[in-house]
Design a protein around this ligand. Structure first.
Ligand code: AHR
Length: 536
C-alpha cells in the first residue's frame, strides 16, 4: 500500500510540471477569457496504446464477489455465474485488459485452490482485505470466462511473496500448453481443452511492501528467476509480436526510495543476458493527498475538489522522473512503463466493512480520470499500459452494485467517452491553459489532448477544471479549416454530484456541438466538465 504525503514543495513542483509536451500554460490568463486550442494535425506522433484504458479487479471487498461473480444459482441475471448487467456495461468500454487477482491479494493467492468443482473448493482467508473468507469460487476458469464475455485480455499477477517459481510456472503451463501434459489434461477436465491466451504477466505486486517487503536487489533476484521459469507455451503466442509481456514490480511514487528502485531494475535489465528478460516496469501512484486516506468521496467542498485535482496532476512529474531513469538504460523505449494501479483513494464510506475500500464516485473523479488519461496519452511512447483501481465497487470504480442494482459512475462515462482514443495516434495541441484558483490552490483552468482514431477521424478531449466558469474553446487545425465539432460533455450540478441507485443519471454525458468561427470551431464547455468531440 502506498504511503505518501504532499509537501508544499511538491505542490510547487507539480505546478511547474504542468507544462507538458505541446501544452503551454499561461499564469496570467484573464478570467472568463476564451481558450484557443491549436491542433497540429501534421505533427501526429506515437500511438496511444489501448492498454492505458486497462482495469484492475482484485479479490477485495465486493469487487469480485457481488460485483462480478454472483454464482450460477443467483436470482441476479448471470451467465455461468457472472453478472450480465456488469458484462454489458463493461463491453461498451472495450476494456483492453484486466489485472487479476491482485494487488496485495495476489501475493497470497494459490491458484490450485480456485480450480475444479466449485462446491469442493477450499475456503481460505483474505487477510489483507477485512480478513473475510475467500470462497475461491471465482478462480482461473471463471476469470478467463469473464474476460471472454467482456472481450478483454488477461493480465495475471503471479504470487512472488508467498508462492514459488514452481507454483507460478505450473499455473502458466496449466493455462497455456497445448501438449497433453497432466496439467493440460486437468485443464481439459475442468472444461477448457484448448490453451488460454495470457497476454500480460505481472511478476509480483508491490514487492517492496505487501508483496514481501523486499529490497530492490532481493526483488531483482526473484524477477530474474520468475521471468526465466514462468513460461507461456501457447503456440499462438510464440511469435514475438504476440508474446506474453512480463511486467516487473516498479516504484510506488517518487523520491529517493523509488528512483533507487527503478534504477536497480533498469540497470540490471540493461545488462541482462539471454536467460531472463522483462517487457514492462510497473508504477503505482494513487491520488490520496496524505496517508491514511481521509478525504471524503462525497459531500466535500470546493477546497477538497481543488486539492485532489492538484494532487492527481503529480502523476505527470512522477512519470517524467521514472521515464528519465528508464531513458538512461533503455533509450529505445523497449520497456513500457505500466501504471498498473492509479486512481483516487478516499476514506471508506461510513458504515461499510473495514478493509473493503468502498467509496462513492463523483464528478470530481470524472475530471481526475480525464486528467490522468491525458497525462498517459502525452507519455504514449513510454506509458503503454495502465490499470485504474479498481473495476467494480472498490476505490475509483467504473460500476457500483448493490444486490440486483447497478449504477454507472462518472468515471465510467469518461472511459466510455474516451474509447476513440484507444490505439489512436497522438496529435499535439497547444493552448494557454489559464488559471483556476481557489484559496491557496492554483490549477490550470483547462486541459486538452487530441488524437486521430484508427479510421482517421480527429478527436479532441477538453477538461474544464473551473467549477464556475464555462470556457469558450476555439479549435483551430494547422493548415485546415475546422467546420464542425460534435460529441458529448459530462458535467453535473456540483463538483461532488454522484450517481446513486435512486438517482443513477445525475452525472451523465449529454450531446454538445460547436459553431464555425472563422477558420475554427467554437465550443462552449461547461464549468467542471469533460468534453470529447470529433472535429471535422
Ligand atoms: O488497490 C488496493 C491496493 O493498493 C492493492 O492491493 C495494492 O497493490 C495497493 O497498495
Amino acid at each position: 500500500m502506498i504511503r505518501r504525503s504532499v509537501t508544499a514543495f511538491l505542490v510547487v513542483l507539480v505546478l511547474a510540471g504542468l507544462t507538458t509536451t505541446g501544452v503551454t500554460e499561461s499564469q496570467t490568463a484573464t478570467p472568463g477569457k476564451g481558450v484557443e486550442i491549436l491542433v497540429d494535425v501534421n505533427a501526429a506522433g506515437g500511438k496511444i496504446n489501448r492498454n492505458i484504458f486497462g482495469q484492475f479487479a482484485e479479490h477485495l471487498g465486493t469487487g469480485i464477489y457481488e460485483g462480478v461473480w454472483v454464482g450460477p444459482d443467483s436470482k441476479i441475471p448471470n451467465t455461468r455465474g457472472i453478472r450480465n448487467d456488469v458484462v454489458t456495461a463493461l463491453k461498451a468500454l472495450k476494456v483492453p485488459n484486466v489485472r487479476w487477482p491482485g494487488g496485495c491479494f495476489a501475493d497470497e493467492y494459490h491458484w490450485r485452490k480456485g480450480i475444479g468443482p466449485v462446491n469442493a473448493r477450499t475456503l481460505t482467508l483474505n487477510p489483507n482485505w477485512g480478513g473475510v473468507i475467500e470462497p475461491n469460487s471465482f478462480g482461473t476458469h471463471e476469470f478467463m470466462d469473464f474476460l471472454e464475455q467482456i472481450g478483454s485480455e488477461a493480465f495475471l499477477s503471479v504470487n512472488v511473496g508467498s508462492g514459488t517459481p514452481q507454483e507460478a510456472a505450473e499455473w502458466l503451463e496449466y493455462l497455456t500448453t497445448n501438449q497433453p501434459t497432466t496439467l493440460a489434461k486437468e485443464r481439459a477436465a475442468n472444461g477448457h481443452p484448448t490453451p488460454y491466451k495470457i497476454a500480460y504477466l505481472g511478476i509480483g505486486n508491490e514487492s517492496w511492501d505487501c508483496g514481501g517487503n523486499m529490497t530492490p536487489e532481493y526483488y531483482l533476484r526473484q524477477l530474474t528467476i520468475y521471468s526465466r521459469f514462468v513460461r507461456n507455451f501457447n503456440p499462438d503466442q510464440q511469435d514475438p509480436s504476440r508474446r506474453m509481456l512480463r511486467i516487473a514490480v516498479g516504484p510506488g511514487g517518487d523520491g529517493p526510495r523509488w528512483t533507487a528502485w527503478t534504477d536497480v531494475i533498469m540497470k540490471a535489465w540493461q545488462q541482462h543476458t539471454w536467460s531472463w528478460d522483462m517487457e514492462g516496469l510497473s508504477l503505482h501512484n494513487y491520488t490520496v493527498v496524505r496517508w491514511p486516506p481521509a478525504y471524503k468521496s462525497v459531500g466535500f467542498a470546493e477546497k477538497e475538489y481543488a486539492e485532489i485535482l492538484k494532487s492527481t496532476l503529480e502523476m505527470d512529474g512522477i512519470i517524467k522522473t521514472h521515464s528519465a531513469i528508464m531513458d538512461k538504460y533503455d533509450p529505445e523505449k523497449k520497456i513500457a512503463l505500466v501504471v498498473d494501479e492509479w486512481g483516487a483513494w478516499y476514506a471508506q464510506l461510513p458504515g461499510t466493512k473495514p478493509g473493503f475500500l468502498a467509496q462513492q464516485n463523483s464528478l470530481r473523479d470524472a475530471l481526475l480520470a480525464a486528467l490522468n488519461l491525458n497525462i498517459f496519452a502525452r507519455h504514449a511512447e513510454r506509458v503503454r499500459m495502465a490499470n485504474i483501481a479498481q473495476m467494480v465497487n472498490v476505490l475509483q470504480a467504473m460500476i457500483l452494485t448493490e444486490k440486483e442494482k447497478m449504477v454507472l459512475t462518472p468515471t465510467y462515462h469518461v472511459f466510455r467517452m474516451y474509447v476513440p482514443f484507444q490505439d489512436a495516434t497522438f496529435v499535439p495541441v497547444s493552448f494557454e491553459a489559464g488559471q483556476y484558483a481557489h484559496e491557496d490552490v492554483t490549477l490550470p483552468r483547462v486541459d486538452a489532448v487530441a488524437a486521430k482514431d484508427t479510421g482517421g477521424a480527429l478527436w479532441l478531449a477538453v477538461t474544464n477544471l473551473d467549477p464556475t466558469r464555462p470556457a469558450d474553446v476555439v479549435v483551430r487545425m494547422t493548415g485546415l479549416s475546422a467546420k464542425s465539432a460534435t460529441g458529448e460533455t459530462l458535467t453535473a450540478p456540483a463538483v461532488d454530484s454522484v450517481n446513486t441507485f435512486a438517482a443513477p443519471k445525475t452525472v451523465e454525458p449529454r450531446p454538445i456541438s460547436g459553431q464555425v468561427q472563422g477558420n475554427g470551431v467554437m465550443i462552449t464547455v461547461p464549468p467542471k466538465s469533460v468534453t470529447v468531440v470529433s472535429v471535422k
